[in-house]
Design a protein around this ligand. Sequence first.
Ligand code: HEM
Length: 483
Amino acid sequence: WRNPRCKGKLPPGSMGLPLLGETLQFFTPNTSSDIPPFIKERMDRYGTIFKTNLVGRPIVVSTDPDLNYFVFLQEGQLFQSWYPDTFTEIFGRQNVGSLHGFMYKYLKNMVLYLFGPESLKKMLPEVEEAANRKLHQWSCQDSVELKDATASMIFDLTAKKLISYDADKSSENLRENFVAFIQGLISFPLYLPGTACYKCLQGRKRAMRMLRSLLQERRTMRRNQQRDFFDYVLEELQKKGTVLTEAIALDLMFVLLFASFETTSLALTLAVKFLSDHPLVLRQLTEEHEAILNQRENADSGLTWKEYKSMTFTFQFINETVRLANIVPGIFRKALRDIQFKVSTKRLMEREVGLISMSHADAGYTIPAGWAIMVCPPAVHLNPAKYEDPLAFNPWRWEGVELNGASKHFMAFGGGMRFCVGTDFTKVQMAVFLHCLVTKYRWKTIKGGNIVRTPGLQFPDGFYIQLKKKDTRKQETTLHKQS
Ligand code: HEM
């Protein structure tokens, strides 16, 4: 157990207890905005690459920017996407396998078609309308819990685009089932009526039942609207010799809806939290968006694609938000062959200046075939050798930096071939929402906003704000006085 067989030299690290490995330590929730304690302690002890055992699998954890980059580049060659069996059980048996199998290609094309730049351009007024409608509703309430509120806005819009689901017309609420599912995700795995785990699986069952009946309805219904995921699935199912099944398609739909609204709503919640805590950032963001309105002939005409593309500071702000949010704490792969990897002298020097201990100076390691590897974005995003004062929220650090795509030091949306296909959609939703928020509203924080982090899910402890329509004239005077 402790010394697994290996043809070369395994990275340092402990395999933990028989069967359990280090699973319990790994899954302990924390509220630190720093590198998760589990990872940080081991980085200090073993260096940038270490071995462990989680949920019964030997795993190499990489916090090394060069190895992470190599893993992304070698997708499909030396490494393949892999997610732990617990994910497979929870998200649907078909899912994880199919994500790196044949269906993956279709899924990616579908998302690119629905949320690619051409579609997003057309969608801009719809996104703006949804944000304005929700903000208006919230400003009529005493307070709103922002994570839930933004999740509802994003879910409705995404479900409308993906499966033409209309929340206002439906008798059962699809998102409520997802909420029950999510609340139980981090629960103790005791499947008895009344427990969170039971509610979680019931939520998933009900959501799947709804998706199935929506697909059935579609079989009998003609539509003139833009093609959506269901049209595509039905077409595919009719093809001779297709490997796609209804079950696989529905599982994929479930995961896609989950992946799209949980992530973006968390990013937006944190964005508002950062704005509340950093008045100078709020001021510069507001100025950027007010300038857009001032340059228009008619301030009430909707956002144009050109205006969206001109939001330089907003994109810096979004990058800084997702860097610190670390929404995806681990990206998993499986090694297809024995892989040799040597930690670069540059990284060893980073250690020498005291960032990481020097206890493993001779750092040439083997990752055995079949082992899992977990790329750890938080360690990359909070690396003091790359990001000065890494825990500080500083959108200005992105000035003049390429903001699209991934790099060795920025992997909030993954990297390489599996780079997140929803990135552009996320950025449009965030930028448009922020535009409507800062130009028309002011708010005050009531309570909460801390992020509870587990390796599978990050969620705020309840972030309540009170939102009020802005008196634009008053605001200008205040800003003037402040400056
Ligand atoms: C803040 C928001 C988001 C974050 C932080 C995020 C993060 C990520 C990351 C890290 C990956 C790579 C996973 C891997 O390599 O195994 C990924 C992949 C993916 N994301 Fe996102 N995502 C976000 C929003 C979205 C949205 C809105 C959608 C859909 C509309 C989406 C759909 C996908 C899909 C389909 C993949 C798989 C791509 C592939 O395997 O090639 N994501 N995302």
